[in-house]
Design a protein around this ligand. Sequence first.
Ligand code: V47
Length: 354
Amino acid sequence: MKEIIEKVKNRDRINLDEALKLYDLELLELGKLADSIRVERFGKKSYFNINRHINPTNVCKDICKFCAYSANRKNPNPYTMSVEEIVDIAKNAWEKGAKEVHIVSAHNPEAGLNWYIDSFKKVKEALPDIHIKALTAAEINFLSQEYNLSYDEVIDRMIECGVDSLPGGGAEIFAEDVRDKICKGKVSSSEWLEIHKIWHSRGKKSNATMLFGHIESRRDRIDHMMRLRELQDVSGGFNCFIPLVYQRDNNYLKVEKYLSANEILKTYAIARILLDNIPHIKAYWATSTINLALVAQEFGCDDLDGTIQKESIQSAAGADSANGLELEEFVGLIKNSGFIPVERDSLYNELREL
Ligand code: V47
């Protein structure tokens, strides 16, 4: 263990087994190692943006066992917004100060390719300065299969219609045996990585998520991060890594034990140490709770996502994020925890310190 700690202190790269061993460290010791990297890069700054999540349809041809959002037996309320509704929500969010819309849908075979893509064009026409973060790699894979288009062709259309960056969703956990159990049939791990690689090759940025706290092992988490680190070495386009804590309500995945705060914080800290080439680690408060996200600032995380305004995916599974947080409260919480709230744009340019 001593040698691994020395490596981390010297900022040498650690491998899969070494990262796995870090889980055996006492929490605060591990936290200190991660915090020293965070402080070296960002001091006490904690980044957030003012954004609005829009989830335009919950009708999905795939069945992911962890998902409580898609319309199914446990959530029999299918909806699909019109393009006008999506544009109105974006306009309303812009008026309230949002600089980004984060648009993620289910995989709805009835909606049509134009519905998916036109909404971005219409949002950009109405709001030329808003940043559109839209379509997960899982959605791009779905559109490519459904409409017989290559990934390049889907991506061409997205760029033409004003999509600025890709969200990190759909990554779940890359380990194939676990992936088969929780979301068989959806985008594969190698396809997810390939799509982000193509996106990066266009000079564009994206995020990467990892869904953890269900049936995966610690080794699966580290393997997931290693695959992201390898791609980032080549493509360099990931801005941020977002470990999403699994929420267990209203879905078909039987998970008996919730993760402890200790295990969640250790995972954030190891992500900060292992992912030496991905600049930002986000504690997405919608899945960690806002209180643990504030603590996570001491364990390597430098980003708290944003005010969200409205959120439908995690809140369907039990998270307390349906209506986001008011800016004033959000900023106050960051300040009270001893950090400096910095509003950023979607590409991490600093806009203002609050
Ligand atoms: O990929 C679904 C996850 C993701 C559950 O890029 C669940 O900035 C927990 O990707 N418990 C979509 N998570 C959300 C997402 C995201 C969120 C915030 C910021 C960014 C970003 C991306 O939600 C899915 C899936 O992994 N999810 N069900 C659940 N029960």
